[in-house]
Structures are given as structure tokens and as C-alpha cells.
Design a binder for this molecule. Structure first.
Ligand code: NAI
Ligand code: MG
Length: 350
């Protein structure tokens, strides 16, 4: 029987409730399809930070490196500034393990009311590929003349040929497996050095993929198209900042953030990839058994696919679709079940 060693970081708030439900569903799938998950839990979180002053131990990354994958809930708590939790845990994992692709599927489910009118399931089905290691989110920069009238702040954006090409290539390959259409987010009219460089790399690579139809939009009008024409898209690729914004907007146009999954991939498998729902720790929802577990369950399905069990992963996705259709879900998407009960229904129906 195939066995996987998975590092689990449930984190804070509802992360601690939805992660065990994702595990429940994978265990159910494993019993049915003959694989086994060995979980190794790490209690790294804002709670740990308050006690120890660190989001993870000094050798945290070394501890994670041997695992087949990392399954993460959410980190964040009002007692700890968000940049501390992000730069103390998530960003070091994403960067050290070269998880340069952040993948976020966006699909309109039967049974979920989209805030957009008149769209039917099947009409909205695209995937966002966000550059996850460089770009606008760099720690190069600083402040001068702090606290004076002359104070200034500089933050550098970093685009490397290697970094841009590898994420674009991933997006082209993905488009090739889907509807063969790739859209690039740019802003080369306003950001005159890095964005024309991004566009150049995109055009150069497009020559290698004559079977993939390409287009590009400036990020401002692209956000409008996400709302007005969500059916235009198949794979959408963007830099770290643009991809971040699009990947919250995408799930928002198809309904609840509570059902959106994501993956941080190291496509070459030199290091473990990390899988986490799009939502955060939602402190007001924590401890009430009301958080939607589907984001975490669909994330677990993405992890299973990455581990080579694509067919089995699809079975989980089907069970999720069925739960949503029959409203065997939490209240945020129209059901009346608790977190645990909704996940139990899905686990039973995998
Ligand atoms: P959030 O995603 O935690 O919550 C925003 C709202 O979305 C909630 O109030 C709720 O209405 C809804 N929501 C989120 N998840 C849900 C679920 N599973 N079921 C039903 N409804 C759900 O975002 P927020 O409030 O901006 O951030 C809270 C904390 O989480 C912050 O500390 C933030 O930094 C952190 N965060 C962490 C992330 C991560 O670990 N990757 C991602 C986003 C936020
Ligand atoms: Mg975000």
C-alpha cells in the first residue's frame, strides 16, 4: 500500500477545525482506494508565537523538508501583526522550498449562488497561476529619515528571467492540458521596467506553445473582466501581487471564500509542496463548528492529485460537488450542517 508522510500545520482559528476535516476525508479515500496517510502535526501558529516569540523553531524548515507534502490550515490572530505571521512562517516555506507556483482553481458549483447574476455551473471554470517567490513581495528596501517631514520608503520589485520564465512555462503547460488558452496580467503602461520585461518573457515563450491561444490585459481592466466576463478565462497567470489580488477576486465571483482551495507547488518536486485553503483563520468563526470545511477538503484533494492519485482526487471533488448540490453544507453556502457534519457527509460519499 502506498504511504505518504504529510506535515500538518493547522495554525490558528478555524485552521484548527477545517484541517482535521480535510484529513478525515483523505483517510476515508485512503481506506477506499488503498493508500495511507501518515500525519505529523506541528503546532506552529500565532499561539506559539505569543509563547515563544517565534512562528516556528530555528530548524523548522529542516524539519519539514523530508515530508511528501505540507497540509496547512491558516495562520493569523489579532494578537500578532499579520506581517509577523506571514514572514515568520508562510513566506519562508514558500521561498525556501521554491514553491514558485501558487495555483488557485475557480469553478462555479451547482448549488452555489454566485454574486454575479445569470451564470450557470460549467460556464465559469478557470485557474489562476500566481508567481509565488519574487516580484513585488520582496524584502529589499527600507526607510530613510524616519519620523521627519523628509521620511521616505522604498520597496523594490524583483523580476528575474529564471523566476518569470519558470512560472510562465508552468502556466503554458497547464493551459495545454486544459482549454489551451492563457491570459497574462500586466501593467506595462504604468510600471515601465518590470512589467514590459514580464510581457517580453510571455511573448518569447508563447512561440514554444503555438497550440495555446494567448492574450494579456492590464490588471485594472482584467479585474473588471473577471466580474463582467468570467467565461473568458481558462488559465490566468500573474505576478505575485497581481496574482494575489486576482486569486481572491476569482473565488469571490463564484461564491464563498470558504470553498476555495490552493496549492503552493514546487513543480520539480525538489522540495515538499504546500497545500492550504484560500481563506484565513477567521477568528470570529473559530470554535463554533460553523466554518466551511470544503476549502480544506478540496485543498486535500489537490494534495492527493499532486501525490499522483489524480483519479482518487477526482472522486473527492465529485463528493464535494454532490454535497454542495444537496446542500449538505455549512450555512455560508446555504446548508444547515456543522463543520464536522458536512465533512462527515463528504467522507462517507467519497
Ligand atoms: P478570513 O478568510 O479569515 O475571513 C474573512 C471572512 O471570510 C470571514 O469573516 C468569513 O465571513 C469568511 N470565511 C473565511 N473562511 C471561511 C470558512 N471556512 N467558512 C465560512 N466562511 C469563511 O480573512 P481575514 O478576516 O482577512 O483574516 C483573518 C486572519 O487570517 C488574519 O490574521 C489574516 O492575516 C489571516 N489570513 C491567513 C491566511 C493564510 O494563512 N494563508 C490567508 C488569509 C488571511
Ligand atoms: Mg491573498
Amino acid at each position: 500500500m502506498k504511504t505518504f508522510n504529510i506535515a500538518v500545520i493547522a495554525g490558528d482559528g478555524i485552521g484548527k477545525e477545517v484541517v482535521p476535516e480535510g484529513m478525515r476525508v483523505l483517510e476515508a479515500a485512503g481506506r477506499r482506494f488503498n493508500f495511507q496517510m501518515h500525519w505529523h502535526a506541528f503546532n506552529w501558529s500565532c499561539e506559539t508565537y505569543v509563547q515563544t516569540g517565534k512562528m516556528m523553531p530555528e530548524d523548522g524548515l529542516r524539519q519539514l523538508a523530508p515530508f511528501s507534502a505540507i497540509f496547512l490550515g491558516a495562520v493569523g490572530h489579532p494578537s500578532v501583526p499579520d506581517h509577523v505571521s506571514l514572514w515568520g512562517l508562510l513566506i519562508p516555506i514558500r521561498r525556501t522550498f521554491r514553491q514558485y507556483v501558487n495555483l488557485r482553481p475557480v469553478r462555479l458549483f451547482d448549488g452555489i449562488e454566485s454574486p454575479l447574476k445569470n451564470w450557470k455551473p460549467g460556464q465559469i471554470d478557470f485557474t489562476i497561476v500566481r508567481e509565488n517567490n519574487e516580484g513585488e513581495y520582496s524584502n529589499i528596501g527600507g526607510r530613510l529619515y524616519e519620523g521627519t517631514a523628509d521620511e521616505m520608503a522604498v520597496q523594490q520589485t524583483v523580476f528575474t528571467r529564471r523566476g518569470v520564465n519558470r512560472v510562465l512555462r508552468f502556466a503554458f503547460e497547464l493551459a495545454r492540458k486544459r482549454k489551451k488558452h492563457l491570459t497574462s496580467a500586466t501593467k506595462s503602461n504604468g510600471i515601465i521596467h518590470t512589467m514590459p520585461f514580464w510581457d517580453e518573457c510571455f511573448h518569447n515563450l508563447a512561440a514554444d506553445y503555438p497550440d495555446v491561444r494567448t492574450d494579456q490585459y492590464h490588471i485594472d481592466i482584467l479585474t473588471a473582466h473577471f466580474v463582467r466576463h468570467p467565461d473568458w478565462f481558462d488559465v490566468v497567470v500573474g505576478s505575485n501581487l497581481f496574482g494575489d489580488i486576482l486569486s481572491d477576486l476569482g473565488p469571490a465571483v463564484v461564491g464563498s471564500i470558504g470553498i476555495a482551495p490552493s496549492a503552493n507547488l514546487n513543480p520539480e518536486n525538489e522540495y515538499p509542496s504546500m497545500f492550504e485553503p484560500v481563506h484565513g483563520s477567521a477568528p470570529p468563526f473559530a470554535g463554533k463548528n460553523i466554518a466551511n470545511p470544503i476549502g480544506a477538503i478540496s485543498t486535500a484533494a489537490m494534495m492527493l492529485e499532486h501525490l499522483g492519485f489524480a483519479k482518487e482526487s477526482e472522486r473527492i471533488n465529485q463528493a464535494v460537488l454532490e454535497a454542495v448540490r444537496q446542500k449538505k453544507t455549512t450555512a455560508d453556502i446555504g446548508g444547515s450542517l456543522g463543520t464536522k457534519e458536512s465533512a462527515e457527509w463528504i467522507a462517507y460519499n467519497v
